[in-house]
Design a protein around this ligand. Structure first.
Ligand code: DHB
Length: 450
């Protein structure tokens, strides 16, 4: 089912107001979103929190005037441990996918700033680790976080191989693994402890194939990064577009590491399809655009389109006017017209001046929402099996729009929006026009039907 939006203007806080499309057919401004502030960091009143304050202070090496022995008498350290639920957040903070780590870690911090640090009566403490985007490192960090830091939840996972490498550890340790970024369809099948709050490539790609058909494009070339999500996108696009009567003239795969798109784009220039479908992971889109223009493809009449990973909100504004009019399908745009998104974007921009949140950020923000909501349901019981059970079937309104966790697959069910790049007050935005509602991962949905 599709929904149409009406155009309106909202201030974004991103140095501009942006024209967006209104969900409300009657029009008018939505109520302004409210931002709850983090509770004061001043002296705590209950003894358990005293231990928290104390432990933070001593870590910094400051003197508190209260002796260690005296505090130990007030509340044993065990109580501190029981009242804290630790989340091990493993992300590529450096390396080619560092923008994913930056976006997600900032959004996780923002979630706690906006919602407080308590859930189900427990204090949620986040420990961030940099895996540099290397799967062996992710795996080692996951083990250390479980064994040494006693985390109750693992989260993050910026790339598919990183999520897959950790899956056996989550299963063995019975620790929930909240996948906030990686998007290959099969990831949730790798462990019963995986819950995903990002998206799946087939989920975003099938609507892209329908869009291509709707635009009258008959011959398309696909160009994808040669690993899990790219192959998912290639297959999902090919199957849907062919079923619609279209032809995929070539399916090109580009290495993930140090990609050079130029020879592949030359092939596209020679073949002259109606359009070129592209999937590259977050952080690589600007390079594709640059090389597309260098080959003169922008003037050749070949339309460029893809999933929203290409016109990534993190890089979009720097891509230049050449991307105006580029269409894509995805679950999140920073220009999504809703009070929840306005509150999220405003707060993100305020906390991180000069930046705006992308789809990675919303995956991190909602990953925290899933953890908090599960802890509320279990009344603070951080047993891994109970937490995963509690996450199944959760539903809430995210900055992206309504979303839920499929109780059968632990994957995300969400709207996929059709978007077009437009320039509004000097900035480039992915402006949504219509939504495919409550889309499930089509790969798993097809398996369930069998
Ligand atoms: C994956 C990574 C991305 O940056 C992205 O945009 C989509 C998928 C992945 O590795 O699964």
């Amino acid at each position: 089912m599709r929904r149409d939006f009406r155009r309106r203007v909202v201030p974004t806080g991103y140095d501009a107001a942006v024209t967006v499309l209104d969900e409300d057919p009657v029009g008018g401004s939505p109520p302004a979103g409210t931002i709850r502030r983090i509770p004061s960091q001043g002296p705590e009143t209950n003894s358990r929190e005293t231990i928290m304050t104390f432990s933070k202070t001593t870590r910094r090496g400051a003197l508190t005037g209260i002796s260690v022995a005296a505090l130990a008498l007030i509340t044993p350290f065990a109580a501190y441990a029981e009242d804290v639920v630790k989340v091990g957040l493993i992300l590529p903070m450096t390396g080619p996918s560092a923008s994913t780590g930056r976006q997600i870690s900032q959004a996780v911090a923002l979630y706690q700033a906006m919602n407080g640090t308590k859930a189900g009566g427990k204090t949620v403490e986040v420990i961030v680790k940099d895996d540099t985007g290397v799967a062996d490192v992710t795996k080692r960090l996951a083990q250390e976080l479980i064994v040494n830091d006693k985390v109750s939840v693992l989260a993050g996972f910026g790339l598919t191989p990183l999520a897959l490498a950790t899956a056996p550890i989550s299963t063995q340790a019975k620790v929930p693994q909240v996948v906030m970024a990686a998007a290959t369809a099969t990831i949730t099948e790798a462990s019963p402890y995986i819950v995903r709050t990002s998206f799946t490539l087939p989920q975003a790609t099938v609507p892209a194939a329908d869009l291509a058909t709707k635009n009258g494009w008959k011959k398309v070339i696909t160009l994808v990064s040669d690993y899990g999500p790219g192959i998912d996108a290639e297959k999902a696009f090919g199957a849907q577009f062919t079923a619609n009567g279209g032809t995929v003239a070539a399916a090109l795969r580009v290495p993930l590491k140090n990609p050079d798109f130029a020879p592949f784009l030359q092939r596209v220039a020679d073949e002259k399809p109606d359009a070129l479908f592209v999937f590259v992971p977050s952080g690589f889109g600007a390079l594709v655009i640059k090389q597309f223009v260098e080959r003169g493809l922008d003037k050749s009449g070949v339309k460029l389109f893809g999933t929203g990973d290409l016109p990534d909100d993190d890089q979009l504004d720097g891509m230049g006017d050449v991307v105006i009019g580029l269409i894509s399908t995805h679950h999140y745009s920073a220009a999504h017209p809703s009070p929840e998104n306005k509150a999220f974007v405003d707060a993100y921009v305020k906390a991180n001046p000069g930046q705006r949140p992308n789809f990675m950020a919303v995956g991190g923000y909602d990953g925290m929402a899933a953890i908090y909501k599960a802890l509320e349901k279990t009344k603070g019981d951080a047993d891994g099996t109970k937490l995963v059970e509690a996450m199944k079937g959760l539903a809430w309104v995210s900055p992206r729009g309504p979303m839920s966790i499929d109780p059968e697959t632990r994957d995300v069910i969400q709207n996929i929006y059709v978007r077009k790049v437009e320039k509004v007050d000097g900035h480039l935005w992915n402006i949504e026009s219509e939504a495919f509602e409550k889309v499930k991962d089509p790969v798993k949905a097809a398996k369930m039907k069998k």
